[in-house]
Ligand binder design. Structure first.
Ligand code: ADP
Ligand code: 5GP
Length: 229
């Protein structure tokens, strides 16, 4: 590898596709990328193995390890705690590979601070439209309709946060339409080529439009699930 290994952060609203892209990067290029397995207090979904998808911890264990300074970053999300273990990041970097992190927006900001440019590359991933986001979440079948509605509410705040953080935290916004293209764009970004076709104000407009449409979709969802907002 010509460049020193970097910390590659994929942030996205739930359903954006960051886990899928991260998995593809590591599966297709195992000599180039390694995955940082996060810790979480949430319950494992069917098929998720402890130590592979996440390190599943109790709340007490998570807090103990947090207080011992074991996390590079951590954040609450939908009533659970999530965090990146320093040991995971260091393990992959020490092997000479780029380390891929899949985190929500508060975590992305913390990692950017800990690993300023060019040690990290931080990208915000969105699907082609809010409708596709919801369709992909539904198809994943990992949340109930009420949980899905909650994740959409969080997604609105996350996309708003990313819009404010463009340039400061994020190097690019990646529209995850075709998976192969998305994976290629991340690789090009990590290798130092700016693949974002958007200027900062275009990116801001893109995210503003996304939030507007997502609000409309969310209102329809909460009507159908009977949730009050
Ligand atoms: P996140 O980790 O951001 O919550 P996931 O990676 O779990 O998102 O993706 C959400 C769903 O969308 C998954 O079912 C995944 O298979 C699907 N998905 C992700 N990227 C694409 C894509 N480019 N085209 C079609 N489906 C996708
Ligand atoms: P999920 O429950 O869908 O696996 O993850 C919920 C959210 O937590 C997603 O946005 C995911 O990216 C984020 N997440 C996963 N691991 C971490 C982590 O280590 N740190 C932070 N800050 N967020 C994480």
């Amino acid at each position: 590898m010509t460049l020193p290994p970097r910390v590659v952060v994929l942030a996205a609203p739930s359903g954006g596709g960051k886990t899928t892209i991260a998995r593809e990067l590591v599966t297709r290029h195992p000599g180039l990328f390694g995955y940082s397995v996060s810790a979480t207090t949430r319950k494992a979904r069917p098929g998720e193995r402890d130590g592979a998808a996440y390190h599943f911890l109790t709340q007490d264990e998570f807090l103990r390890r947090r207080d011992a300074g074991e996390f590079l970053e951590w954040a609450p999300y939908a009533g659970e705690l999530y965090g990146t273990l320093r040991s995971e990041v260091e393990r992959v970097l020490a092997s000479g590979r780029h380390v891929v992190l899949d985190v929500e927006v508060q975590g992305a900001r913390q990692v950017r601070k800990a690993y300023p440019r060019p040690a990290s590359v931080v990208t915000f991933v969105i699907p082609p439209s809010p409708r596709v986001l919801i369709e992909r979440l539904r198809k994943r079948r990992t949340e109930t309709e009420a949980e899905l509605s909650r994740r959409i509410d969080i997604a609105i705040r996350e996309v708003e946060t990313a819009r404010r953080d463009i340039g400061d935290v994020y190097d690019s916004v990646l529209v995850n339409d075709d998976l192969d293209t998305a994976v290629r764009e991340v690789i090009e970004l990590v290798q130092g080529r700016d693949v974002s076709p958007h200027q900062p104000h275009d990116t801001a407009n893109l995210l503003s439009a996304f939030v507007r449409q997502l609000r409309t979709e969310a209102a329809q969802l909460s009507q159908s699930t009977g949730r009050s907002r």
